[in-house]
Ligand binder design. Sequence first.
Ligand code: PGA
Length: 255
Amino acid sequence: MPERRPYIAGNWKLWGTRAQATEYCRRLLTLLPEASRRPADVGLCVPFTALDTCIELLQGSGVLVAAQNMHAEETGAFTGEVSAAMLVEAGVQSVVLGHSERRQHDGETDRALQEKVPAALAAGLQPILCVGETEAEREAGDMQRKLRHQIGEGLEEVADDRLADVVVAYEPIWAIGTGQVATPDLAQEAIAFVRALVASRSEEAAESLRVLYGGSVKPENAVEILAQPDVDGALVGGASLDPESLARIAAAAAG
Ligand code: PGA
């Protein structure tokens, strides 16, 4: 069975001027062990305007830098958008796609993600595809249906031999920013289901593809969640704004 290296990504959302990013990155580097001694990959998902600051300060540190969105097209009449090639040119390594906040507030659709995920891969970016159900969907017993739809559409245009290059973040919407973290059992069950969905396309890819949990992850609950066999890391929002918390969560990946 291939070893899946844990991945802890901090999602700054709408936070991080260049001055804040500078202070944050300097501090984070003092808190993280050297890349070769880290139990997990570490990444930061930051606003467009802080990308170059983070890339410069984190160069050679092994900390990955991700954008929080992109457009599927390379050019065109899409005011306010940024393409995968533009991100790659800026030195960005990864991109968050389909975060529930973008689905909710910015009209992000599964249809658009069907184009964005392969476009990111083709340009050389690692997509972090976010999926997850609302509280009402969970209560109605619709979690699996929702995940089947989101994973099916989001990965539809990705060739089987590229599936393992995608990172999936399972983020139940009721757990995001609410302090109401999923129990380790719930996270494991949903993430195992995501993996089974990928396995129906390619068992080999499903063994290698990393699936993260997101939703109110903190240093205090990270060990238990990250200990689940199918949970390969965490996408951390609020707690990631404190570099010490993010470093502690990354350390928790060691078990
Ligand atoms: P949270 O956010 O950790 O603040 O719940 C997670 C996310 O939205 O990625």
